[in-house]
Design a protein around this ligand. Structure first.
Ligand code: OAD
Length: 238
């Protein structure tokens, strides 16, 4: 990896416009399971059908509400790892830096990153599907009934739901303008988020991928693959 690491360091050192695009792998070393890959993954077994889309969520209440509430409490207890800290430090030295994260765990914000687009929402609050009221999960009831009589749900984007249009447009614009896009810890399977590295690539950016498994990731002359765990590779890179 050393040659690739040196090349990635060189392109980053001179870049003025950088986008970091992160996925669940960035938080794996903080003890938060990823979505795909092994038996402990969040979308393993029946979880995807029960919890990943709004129909499954409604059908499996109150279990689905409690599943998200437990996840929210678990991520609030987790701590940012060296990957999150490295990205916060990178932001301080790049004039135009945008961090687009698919993660809902708030660990980038807690590590000090500022210009963060949470493209799939977050697990800080429960939200009423009817009146829009938001309640921090730590104060949320143990059942899904809102005081208005509506249904509480997580403030995340589920499958079959639209991403926030303005957040997506900002992320795409940043990818188009980027000189370097770092894609870290994502399987790059979920659209439209997964299009961001391709948008950057097509716009002439250098794409640097950090992942222990480079199979299935974007490839080509403008892509540098750094094989390894984010918490180890990012501190060395930055
Ligand atoms: P995935 O679970 O699909 O992919 C996790 C990626 O992280 C894989 O490519 C792993 O190889 C990699 N990985 C594992 N450990 C790592 C480590 N220590 N360092 C670096 N990489 C590591 O997660 P995402 O790509 O984030 O959306 O999934 C995208 C979206 O799918 C999520 O935002 C979520 C999910 O459905 C919604 O819930 C809407």
């Amino acid at each position: 990896m050393d040659d690739a690491l040196l090349r990635a360091r060189a392109v980053l050192a001179s870049a003025r416009r950088v986008v970091a695009f992160s996925g669940a792998g960035v938080s794996a070393e903080s003890g938060i399971p990823t979505y795909r890959g092994d038996a402990d993954s969040l979308w393993s077994a029946g979880n995807f059908e029960r919890f990943a889309n709004p129909r499954g969520y409604r059908r499996h209440l109150p279990e689905s509400y409690r599943w998200y509430r437990e996840r929210a409490i678990a991520v609030a207890r987790a701590q940012p790892n060296p990957a999150h800290h490295s990205l916060a430090q990178l932001e301080a030295r790049v004039p135009d830096f945008t961090l687009v994260t698919q993660n809902v765990d708030s660990l980038h914000l807690r590590a000090g990153s500022k210009n963060v687009i949470e493209i799939h929402g977050h697990l800080r609050d429960a939200r009423c599907d009817d009146c829009g009221r938001r309640i921090p999960w730590a104060q949320a009831p143990d059942h899904h009934d809102c005081v208005c009589g509506g249904m509480l749900r997580p403030d995340v984007v589920m499958f079959e739901e639209m991403l926030d249009e303005r957040a997506l447009a900002r992320a795409q614009d940043a990818a188009r303008r980027a000189e370097v896009l770092l894609s870290i810890g994502t399987s790059a399977q979920v659209w439209p988020a997964a299009e961001l590295p391709l948008i950057a690539q097509e716009s002439g950016a250098q794409v640097v991928i950090v992942n222990p498994d480079l199979a299935g990731q974007p490839a080509g002359p403008s892509v540098i693959g750094l094989e390894g765990r984010a918490g180890e590779v990012l501190p060395r890179l930055l």
